[in-house]
Design a protein around this ligand. Structure first.
Ligand code: SF4
Length: 345
């Protein structure tokens, strides 16, 4: 049974308390954070700005853990999927998406997901548990190290496996480390939390003062369609009201993600209802043609239908962008995480 404290993933304040409990000054926390997040150092003996007695003490009572990479898959479009195994044997996935302008990492927050959205492969695997802040932040460290981009990943999106707002305390701790001068020094605008739409939790996130970007996976302009696609989620009106609260409180524009599924939510009447629903909310719409997953009958619409849907929104002064899905060949695209590669498509 592990009795040593894992220092990776501890919020700065807790790390300071830890050092005070050892009879040290709180600033030791900042020194150690720089080693952990800036240099990916896991050996206290190599932390040369700590005294030798403190290094030995830390080796006795603390540890800096890492999640274990078990699979790495590169797509022909250059995105990469990383599969990590956690201490209890659970597996999670992260997707690295490089472009000329930015290096984006899509990270997971839960092992499995309890929300059961019909168009999503993660919703089909059994929900196991929330990830710890350590397991969340270490995806950023490990992918950075394995891609040679440690410290240079510019954007993080919480769009991997799991519903981040069901794991808000750990997500908030991980974000604080991303933002910290002693962590990853990222700007809040470079971090996007994506949710399937949990109104109370959206308000809670707004009240943390973190001012990260918010993406709401809306996918339906009416409760009836939404219930069919996302049985566990809230009413659309309550979600829109929470989105407005978030925008007012943080001053940030958000996005509504809308997975277009042939014959389900892709008609002009749906675009019209969507427009009526989100009018006045400072947000744009990302249109994502559905990525097929095994055992689900849905299909993506044809290109003409997608363009018609987008054009309607544009004509009605709503910014709508069609998102190309990257990493489909490695099952790393939106909605595909958690599938085994030998699953028939
Ligand atoms: S879309 Fe998100 S919330 Fe829904 S099942 Fe998939 S991971 Fe969970």
């Amino acid at each position: 049974m592990e009795t040593k404290v894992n220092l990776k993933g501890l919020p700065q304040q807790e790390l300071e308390k830890f050092f005070v409990s050892l009879g040290e000054k709180p600033f030791r926390a900042r020194q150690v954070m720089k080693w952990i997040y800036g240099k990916n150092e896991t050996d206290f003996n190599r932390m040369t700005d700590l005294s030798v007695p403190l290094r030995s003490k830390l080796s006795e009572v603390a540890v800096i853990k890492s999640i274990k990479l078990v699979e790495r898959l590169k797509s022909k479009d250059d995105s990469e999927k990383f599969v990590f195994e956690l201490e209890d044997g659970e597996r999670i996935e992260s997707v690295f998406i490089p472009t000329k302008e930015r290096q984006t990492l899509c990270i997971s927050t839960q092992a499995g997901c309890p929300m059961g959205c019909l168009f999503c492969a993660t919703g089909k695997i059994e929900y196991k548990r929330n990830l710890t802040a350590f397991e969340i932040i270490d995806q950023l460290i490990q992918v950075g190290v394995f891609t040679g981009m440690h410290g240079y990943i510019s954007n993080v999106v919480f769009m991997g496996m799991g519903e981040p707002l069901l794991n808000l305390p750990a997500v908030v701790d991980a974000i604080r480390i991303m933002l910290s001068d002693f962590g990853f020094k990222m700007g809040a605008r470079k971090i996007t939390v994506s949710t399937c739409g949990l109104p109370e939790k959206i308000r809670e996130l707004a009240d943390t003062g973190l001012r990260v970007k918010l993406a709401i996976s809306l996918n339906a302009p009416t409760d009836a369609i939404r219930k069919r696609l996302m049985p566990a989620t809230a009413k659309v009106e309550d979600i829109i009201s929470a989105a407005k609260y978030y925008a007012e409180k943080t001053g940030r524009w958000g996005t509504f993600e809308y997975v277009l599924i042939s014959g389900v939510n892709d008609k002009i009447e749906h675009a019209k209802k969507l427009k009526e629903l989100i009018e006045g909310v400072p947000a744009k719409v990302n249109l994502i043609p559905y990525n097929p997953i095994p055992g689900v009958q849905f299909k993506p619409p044809d290109t003409k239908t997608i363009l018609r849907f987008q054009a309607y929104l544009f004509e009605n002064h709503i910014t709508a962008i069609i998102r190309e899905s990257r990493g489909q060949d490695i099952l790393g695209a939106c909605g595909q995480l958690g599938q085994k590669r030998n699953s028939p498509l």
